[in-house]
Design a protein around this ligand. Structure first.
Ligand SMILES: O=C(O)C[C@H]1C=CC(=O)O1
Length: 94
């Protein structure tokens, strides 16, 4: 299945109801962990010092990745940069 690296940068607007923000972050965690358990989100790494992550997705196609990203509860407050990955010719494991 195709692999994708996705960098997510979160920017929560100032002045929002703190309960709304907390609820959204809790829903984000549950949604993310459900997809991780299903195998389509095998890696998520925090970018040190930033409210950002770099994740690896292992999904059927572009449409499925799009569906997952649009379903993120924090999606409205984040920007995503998607990079499709191909095997590197120097990879000794390939
Ligand atoms: O904290 C983040 O990087 C944003 C987001 C992505 C997955 C998740 O649980 O939170």
């Amino acid at each position: 299945m195709p692999l994708y690296a996705v960098r997510m940068d979160v920017a929560i607007p100032d002045g929002l109801d703190p309960q709304l923000v907390a609820d959204t972050i809790a829903r984000e965690k549950a949604y993310s962990q459900e997809i991780q358990r299903g195998g389509e989100w095998p890696h998520i790494w925090r970018c040190v010092g930033e409210y950002s992550n770099i994740s690896i997705f292992d999904v059927a196609d572009n449409e499925r990745l799009h569906e997952i990203l649009w379903g993120l509860p924090l999606f409205k407050w984040m920007t995503c940069e998607v990079t499709a990955l191909a095997t590197h010719p120097s990879d000794i494991n390939a």
